[in-house]
Structure formats: C-alpha cells, structure tokens
Design a protein around this ligand. Structure first.
Ligand code: CMC
Length: 388
C-alpha cells in the first residue's frame, strides 16, 4: 500500500487570516436556527415558542412555560400535572450535595455558590438522559439556593414539599412558611418572565460548552459564570445598589446627570436587541408598584421611577430604554429575598431556557469554533533568553 503523504509545509507561504471580518461582540451573528424564542427588538415584543410573553404571563404558570420551552407545545392538563409531579419529585437534594453546601463558607458570593453547586451536581447524578438531568437542574436549583440562604442565616434546613409549585416551594423553603397566593403568583411570574431570552451571553456561552459534547452540568456551569457579570444578569443587583445610593426621589435627577457626565452607565438601561422598551420591564414595573404599595415602600418605587424618567430624558434619543433588570430586583426585594441573591434569582429562572437551548443545539450539533483576526507580527527572529 502506498504510504500516506502529509501536505508540504511551505516555509515561504504565510497564511494570514486578514480576510476575516471582525464582528465586535458578535453583534448580528446567528449561531443556530431556533424555534424557542423570538425577540422583536423594535416592536418591543418577546415570544416563547410563538406565544407572546404577555399572554403567557397573564394566563400561564411557570411550570407550563418550562414545559413549553423544553417540549415545544403548551401542555394539556394531564401533561402539565404529570410534569409538575416530575419536577416536584426531583427537588430533593442528595445527601452528598447537602453536605457540600454545609462545607462552603457562609459568606460565599451567592453566584459563586450556585456555580459551584451546579457543577458539583454532576458528582451526585442519579442517572437518566440529558433531558432528565436538565429537568433535575430546573427542579433543584431553587432548592439549593433556599438551602444556602437558611444555612448562612443559621436557620434549620427544610425539606421540599411536593404539593407546592416551584414558586411556592421556593418561598416556603426560604422563609419557612407557605406563601400567600398573591406572593406565590408574583414569584411565579418573575420566574416565567426570565425563563428564556434567546441567545443572550449566558445561553450562548452554554452552547459553546455543549457544542464540544461536554455534559449539561458543564454547560450550565458555564452559563452561570457568564450570567454573573454586571452587563448581563448582574445588572439587577447593580440597580438595587444604585437606588440605595440615590436614596430619595428628589436626588434622582442629579444622580443620573452626574453618572452620565462622568461616563458611567445607568444600570438596568440599554440592550443589544431592544431598541425600544423591554416588554418584561413593563410587567416587572407593574408588579414592583403593586408590591411597593402592599409593603408601604412607595418611596423606594418612586425613587426608581424618578431615576427611570431622568435616564429616559437623556438616553431615549440613543434608543436606550429600561430593560428587564430595572425593576426585577425591586420585586425580589419586596418579596423579602435578600438583595445579594438578586442575580441568583435570574439564574434559577433562566435554567429552563438554558436547558431548552442546549437540547435544541444538540439536535444538530456542530462544534462552535470562531477565530480571531490576527493582527500581530509573524516570522520574528528568535532571540535566545541570554540575549534578550
Ligand atoms: N447607560 C448609559 N449609556 C449606555 C447604556 C447605559 N445603560 N447602555 C449603553 N449605553 C451607551 C454606551 O455608552 C455607548 O455609547 P457611545 O456609543 O456614545 O459610546 C452606546 O450606548 C452603545 O453601548 P454598547 O455597550 O456598545 O451597547 P451594547 O449593545 O453592547 O450594550 C448593554 C448592551 C446591555 C451591555 C448596555 O446597554 C449596558 O451596559 N447596560 C447596562 C447594564 C445592563 O443593564 N445590563 C442588563 C441587560 S438586560 C438583561 C440581560 O440580558 O442580562
């Protein structure tokens, strides 16, 4: 048999990659075809599997929307009940994971905590295919967060309750009492509104990992790490800190002025895709107003509204409008959720979208491997270390 001959290496032919175009921030690049989420950035509309998010938030519950995202259709009553039972049955944390939680520093950053424990879930995996594991992640993430909250607060851990919804069980496990219907509904809507958002940075990052055929735990761990930054999920926490700094409605105007003059960004404003209001912002704002009235904290709501007005005056002409994070943190705060858990609330809601996109991507997997346009030098003369 003839011996295989490798192509010659031509020392004189240098292939520069300068023909490639750089798309900073990958703006406008499509990575896959998808049937999961559509964002109409100009028209201020968001769709999950073809359904307007405003219809879903009005008429559906979170579990229904998770089913929709994962399986493509709204469930029948029987399908929904069976899916709810499945989620509830997957909530219990393995003893090893509970032990790990108890060994972590009580002052861990909550996103570091979630990233670490989601990663560790692969070590306590109880089998099943990747869809089953994904459903396990959706079911367990809120439970892990509640367990962490109780552990760091010196409170006794609680067992999950199967008869409660995802939202109801989360609030129960956080605060030790079954929430009132109105609170559960607010939590449910907050989960639903953040369940997916197309190829945001964290979802894209999860696909990069998934595209190597690494498992779902590794892919979601990547997503959590990516969500943490203040330009992405971390913005809701920054908004809460910003409102603390502003202090009262009458200081909003000068605060915004000062921030923009010194070249800083207004948190909870702007979006890569929306060049109009983020529809989720409207839903969160309505809930924040209702909760503020209920809690007697209209001062805080009005401070936020004054910051919003002042920022809009200065930024709307650049198509920069409030995004989902402007009021979401306030809603969590009014539910009694500690401020530093704001980003993790985003993460446990988005778990559904991450899982749905990873499973969809695997149906037609191809390694994600872009390249950088090389603008450095080539063929430099090598200088031995003694002569440098
Ligand atoms: N405040 C002030 N100026 C802003 C803001 C803002 N929040 N957002 C964008 N700009 C300006 C920016 O300074 C730049 O101005 P210029 O052209 O004069 O230099 C211009 O708008 C374009 O900015 P960009 O960073 O190139 O735009 P982008 O599409 O990459 O940014 C963004 C999107 C979300 C990173 C940005 O709007 C931002 O930093 N917002 C604040 C953080 C935030 O609220 N993030 C949550 C996003 S929504 C939830 C999520 O997806 O996690």
């Amino acid at each position: 048999m003839e011996k295989f001959k490798y192509p010659d290496i031509n020392p004189l032919r240098i292939e520069m990659s300068d023909e490639c175009q750089v798309y900073k921030g990958l703006e406008g690049i499509c990575v896959k075809e998808s049937r999961i989420c559509y964002i109409d950035g100009k028209g201020s509309r968001l769709y999950y599997r073809g359904y307007n998010i405003m219809d879903l938030v009005e008429h559906s519950k979170y579990e229904e929307v998770v089913y929709l995202l994962l399986f493509g259709e709204l469930p029948s009553r029987e399908e929904l009940e069976s899916f709810e039972r499945k989620l509830a049955s997957k909530r219990r944390l393995p003893d090893g994971l509970r032990g790990l939680i108890r060994s972590l520093p009580k002052d861990s950053d909550p996103m570091d905590f979630l990233r670490t424990t989601v990663s560790a879930m692969s070590l306590f995996d109880d089998g099943g295919d990747e869809t089953e594991k994904g459903i396990g992640l959706i079911a367990k993430a809120p439970v892990m967060l509640a367990e962490f909250h109780r552990y760091r607060s010196g409170l006794e851990p609680l067992e999950p309750r199967e008869e409660l919804s995802q939202a109801g069980n989360f609030l129960y496990m956080m605060f030790g009492k079954v929430p009132e219907g109105s609170e559960e509904r607010v939590m449910d809507r907050a989960f639903l509104l953040l369940a997916d958002h197309g190829l945001c940075a964290s979802t894209f990052a999860s696909l990069v990992t998934a595209s190597t055929l690494a498992d779902i735990y590794a892919s979601i761990t990547t997503a959590i790490g990516t969500l943490a930054g203040p330009l992405h999920g971390g913005a809701n926490l920054q908004v809460l800190k910003m409102l603390e700094e502003v202090g009262s409605p009458d200081r909003a105007e000068s605060y915004v002025e000062g921030m923009l003059k010194s070249g800083k960004r207004i948190w909870g404003f702007g979006h890569r895709v929306y060049k109009n209001f983020d529809p989720r912002y409207r839903a969160f704002k309505r809930m924040a107003r209702e909760m503020a009235e209920l809690r007697g904290r209209m001062d805080l709501f009005e401070t936020a509204e004054k910051v919003e007005e002042a920022a809009l005056k200065r930024l709307a002409h650049k198509n920069i409008y409030p995004n989902v994070d402007f009021y979401s943190g306030l809603v969590y705060y009014f539910l009694g959720i500690p401020q530093d858990l704001a980003i993790t609330m985003f993460a446990i809601s988005r778990m559904a979208g991450w899982v749905a996109h990873i499973l969809e991507y695997w149906e037609q997997n191809r390694l994600i491997r872009p390249k950088a346009k090389y603008v450095g030098e080539l063929d430099k003369k090598y200088v031995p270390i003694e002569e440098r």
